[in-house]
Design a protein around this ligand. Structure first.
Ligand SMILES: [Zn+2]
Length: 219
């Protein structure tokens, strides 16, 4: 296959040959652009938040397009300030809601979510969601791991779905997990819990049913 060149080969010399310096420069350019050199660019694997399929992108990229559905994928971290008018965020990076913010009708898709201020809405995170403030969440919560910090009271109107859950504060609402749910010392869960393993540390309390087999409960 002929090699793709970005510059046309035009010689200013009557002989048609390139000057020596120019010739060396072009050799250097084309010899760098080999398949082996291109493979050395550090890459990372990302999961498209529109179609759920995996693409490889350069590790330093701030955005990319999904090779499957061509969706534009943002990779930057987003910080939502108290006066933020931005309520819908789609990113493969992390999202932080600042401590003094009170935001509602959020629609967040991200990797890690740090809810340090009050944020109501729906959340879909491939990584971790950490809640460090009292808040009520009326939308859907679908996260990798859910962490409720000590001293906080969180209520999930429509429940929360996660792989693993660690509760250090007080949670009201239904919890569904594919893995372990841990209610740590002094923590409290008011609501049904659907998970294969529920761990209650000493001093922890659970008001509600524990359904061990999630699949049978859903049928
Ligand atoms: Zn896609």
């Amino acid at each position: 296959m002929p090699e793709y060149r970005t510059e046309p080969l035009i010689s200013t010399c009557a002989s048609g040959l390139l000057p020596e310096g120019e010739c060396n420069r072009r050799v250097a350019l084309t010899s760098f652009n080999t398949r082996e050199n291109r493979a050395k660019v550090p890459a990372k694997e990302v999961v498209c938040y529109e179609c759920g399929r995996r693409s490889r992108v350069p590790a330093a990229a701030l955005s990319a397009n999904c090779i499957h559905c061509h969706a534009h994928l943002r990779m930057t971290d987003v910080e939502l300030k108290p006066n933020s008018s931005r309520l819908t965020v789609r990113t493969l990076g992390n999202v932080t809601v600042q401590a003094d913010a009170v935001l509602s009708q959020l629609s967040i898709v991200c990797h890690n979510m740090y809810l340090n201020g009050k944020g109501n809405g729906s959340f879909r995170c491939t990584g971790r969601m950490r809640i460090t403030t009292d808040t009520q969440i009326d939308g859907e919560v679908h996260v990798g791991s859910l962490h409720i910090s000590r001293g906080t009271a969180v209520s999930f109107t429509r429940g929360a779905f996660a792989d693993t859950v660690d509760i250090y504060g007080k949670v009201t609402g239904r919890i569904e997990a594919t893995g372990k749910v841990k209610i740590h010392r002094g923590a409290q869960l008011c609501g049904d819990c659907y998970c294969p393993m529920l761990i209650l540390k000493s001093g922890a309390s659970h008001n509600g049913r524990w359904v061990k087999n999630v699949l049978s409960a859903l049928q």
